[in-house]
Ligand binder design. Structure first.
Ligand code: URA
Length: 236
């Protein structure tokens, strides 16, 4: 296997960024600097390091979905000792990691894998995979609010891509809507609603592309089906 592919598969960086790490002399193979292109390695035998740390190779590539509850950080380790999503995955005996993230207070669909290539692909901004969120907002939303949310708004200096908003139920003091977006900027849905002066009281991701959270219980995870895995791998 080519060294850049190996590094990408192990989640070190995308293939292109792995080439940069290799060129910049950050990678060794069996103790020797590996700064030439096209080096082939045997993942079973060769010891690869990046920035001085041994890169672990997993033979088994696994794919799961987790229904993240609120009150958990989407990270492998948290410097503030808050509960992390990894604590909900203790039954998986491989070094897995989340694809992308959900905020501490957001719940719902989080993909989990040890496939670094897929992670790099799905988190790259060029992919624009559709994500659907169930949102509860205090009060109501008028036509103008919905137009603003849907037509794209400037957040942190960037214009968001058009979104779509579907009203699900208007309750006495709050409204439930489904929001579809194609981007994944930091706290994007919360910031979109803040911008129109609305407070989100509940935020849950229910779909990524064609992958649906379905009836998976809060805090539980399940392996993805073959079809779900193929779908993710075939996203161009
Ligand atoms: N948008 C948010 O505001 N939070 C999330 O966790 C995901 C999308």
């Amino acid at each position: 296997m080519r060294l850049n592919k190996f590094l990408a598969r192990c989640g070190v960086a995308s293939r292109r960024s792995s080439d940069l790490l290799i060129n910049n002399g950050k990678v060794t193979v069996n103790g020797k600097l590996a700064n030439a292109m096209g080096i082939i390695i045997n993942p079973d035998k060769d010891i690869v390091t990046c920035n001085g740390v041994v890169v672990e190779f997993a033979q088994d590539i696994v794919y799961y979905m987790l229904n993240k509850p609120k009150g958990y950080v989407t990270t492998v380790t948290d410097p503030y000792n808050r509960p992390t999503v990894m604590q909900l995955l203790s039954g998986i005996n491989l070094r897995v990691f989340p694809i992308g993230r959900l905020d501490f207070a957001t719940e719902g669909l989080l993909l989990i894998t040890n496939d670094g290539d897929l992670t790099n692909k799905l988190t790259h901004p060029s992919h624009n995979i559709q994500k659907i969120y169930q949102v509860t907002v205090t009060g109501t939303l008028n036509e103008n609010n919905i137009k603003e949310l849907e037509s794209g708004m400037v957040i942190d200096g960037y214009k968001t891509a058009p979104a779509s908003v579907e009203i699900i139920t208007q309750l006495e003091n709050s409204i439930d809507v489904n929001v579809k977006i194609h981007e994944g900027r930091n706290r994007q849905v919360r910031k979109m609603f803040e911008q129109i002066g609305k407070e989100i009281t509940h935020l849950k991701r229910v779909q990524i592309g064609e992958i649906k959270l379905g009836k998976l219980k809060r805090g539980e995870y399940r392996a993805l089906t073959k079809d779900e895995i193929n779908y993710l791998k075939n996203i161009k």
